[in-house]
Design a protein around this ligand. Structure first.
Ligand code: FE2
Length: 156
């Protein structure tokens, strides 16, 4: 909700020679965020949770810094939205790793999960662990190598 509202603010307050393109772009991103909010809230509800339904409540919970009142320079607006995305991505990654630890999918020290792709690789290895344990050692080693190779360059 916070990111959606940030995009709407920038949609309304952008100015200058790039006004039209950015006005449309910020609105497109706001709509995409709006759709994501809906999907996530419905998923939370379907899993037995209670979705945050009030933007004022979301504002209390978020760690995305509140933008100042009034318009900012275009570069500052873009930088602010990039940082907001980084904040969300970082929290989601940490949430995935925490979930993986809590559910036993991830058994390797957290110090390794800061490297790009490592958390995803470790989670996949966690899923594959049961199968790997049943393979003869020489096959398990090869399978582990192949898993590592196929994950290189993937988004993590
Ligand atoms: Fe509009």
């Amino acid at each position: 909700m916070t990111l959606r509202d940030l995009y709407k603010k920038h949609h309304w307050q952008t100015a200058g020679p790039t006004f039209y393109q950015l006005h449309l772009l910020f609105d497109k991103h706001a709509e995409e965020q709006n759709e994501l909010v809906d999907v996530l809230a419905e998923r939370v509800q379907s899993l037995g949770g209670i979705a945050v339904g009030d933007p004022r409540h979301a504002a209390e919970l978020t760690t995305i810094p509140r933008p100042p009142d009034g318009a900012e320079e275009v570069g500052v607006m873009i930088d602010r939205t990039l940082r907001a995305h980084e904040t969300i991505i970082t929290k989601v990654r940490k949430g995935i790793v925490t979930f993986a630890f809590l559910t036993g999918l991830l058994l390797i020290p957290a110090a390794r999960v800061d490297r790009p792709g490592t958390a995803v690789a470790l989670i996949i290895n966690g899923f594959a662990k049961e199968v790997m344990n049943q393979l003869p050692m020489e096959f398990a080693v090869e399978a582990q190598k192949l898993l590592g190779v196929s994950l290189e360059g993937s988004v993590g």
